[in-house]
Design a protein around this ligand. Structure first.
Ligand code: 3PG
Length: 307
């Protein structure tokens, strides 16, 4: 009998776990759960002997993969798979997958939610501003970027897009303005929302030379990965531009410095919260479980990311 381990330091909603269990039961597999673990040693122990692994942002590095001697497939229930050591997976013949798009709406709602919260002065009773009529630049028009564009248009924002991998003609939706230069996007938009994956190309790519182009009242919105934004550039922007604000789904590493020197100029979620809705958990968790069953029963590798 095959065993699927769901290892989530930040657990799925209970309904999502129930549905994953149902899919495992129907396939004749055993489901093992490791939730809210605090030590890596717990994960190392739990992965021993499992055939499949479902994780969220949990780190699956070479040590975990070494401990998981029977592992054949690991699914990141979510979009970004920078937490998985793909090279080691490939070396060990482990298939790695993600579940693209399944939590995109949840992340997009958080991006707009943080923008409203920030524009209204953290709901502190003082007059704020509205999103209507403002210019929003979306960096990367993938699953999340598309949802952000849709919701922002509902707010009557003017939406600009930069994505070197998407051609304007591939996008049917009207009233989205495609720009070919990222500098132009930063120069044009009061709000810039980041939706690119973390990789060697994007790490630290949002830097002072881009941020300093932003117009008055600039707000950077990050529901991607904290590592995409260069932290020294953030400090420089806060120092030089009293109008600059930053909202991010999880805090940068220099959070303490920012809290001390620039209080009230940013908002950070205490934990990565973008995908933390019952709906997103169900969508991503169920997709992950189905992908595992389809891989074992039909050899389906459609969502493999280490090809
Ligand atoms: C993702 O890459 O899908 C999001 O960052 C969500 O991450 P999480 O599952 O850890 O909340």
């Amino acid at each position: 009998m095959k065993t699927i381990l769901v290892a989530t330091e930040k657990p799925f909603a209970p309904e999502a776990v129930d549905l994953i269990r149902k899919i495992a039961d129907e396939a004749g597999y055993k489901l093992q759960l490791l939730e809210k673990y605090t030590e890596k040693s717990e994960l190392l122990k739990a992965v021993e002997g499992v055939d499949a692994l479902i994780v969220r942002s949990d780190v699956v590095d070479a040590e975990v993969l070494d401990a998981a001697k029977s592992l054949k497939v690991v699914v990141r229930a979510g979009s970004g798979y920078d937490n998985i050591d793909l090279a080691t997976c490939t070396g060990k013949g482990v298939v790695a997958m993600n579940t693209p798009g399944q939590n995109a709406n949840a992340v997009a709602e958080l991006a707009l939610g943080m923008m409203v919260y920030f524009a209204r002065n953290h709901f502190n009773g003082k007059p704020g501003t509205e999103l209507k009529g403002k210019k929003l630049g979306i960096c990367a028009f993938g699953n999340v970027g598309k949802q952000v564009a849709r919701i922002a248009q509902g707010f009557d924002m003017t939406v600009y897009i930069v994505d070197p991998y998407v051609e304007k003609k591939q996008v049917a939706r009207k009233e989205l303005i495609f720009l070919s230069s990222v500098e132009e996007l930063y120069r044009t938009c009061q709000y810039v929302s980041l939706h690119m994956p973390l990789n060697d190309e994007t790490r630290g790519s949002v830097n002072y030379s881009l941020l300093s182009l932003m117009p008055q009242g600039a707000v950077l919105v990050n529901t991607a990965r904290k590592e995409i934004v260069d932290e020294d550039s953030l400090v420089r922007m806060f120092r030089e531009r009293p109008d600059f604000g930053y909202v991010s789904d999880i805090a940068p590493d220099n959070k303490e410095l920012l809290e001390k020197e620039f209080p009230g100029r940013f908002y950070f979620t205490p934990k990565k919260m973008g995908a933390q809705t019952a709906e997103a958990n169900i969508n991503a968790g169920v997709a992950a479980a189905r992908q595992i069953v389809d891989y074992f029963k039909k050899g389906d590798t459609r969502f493999q990311v280490n090809k």
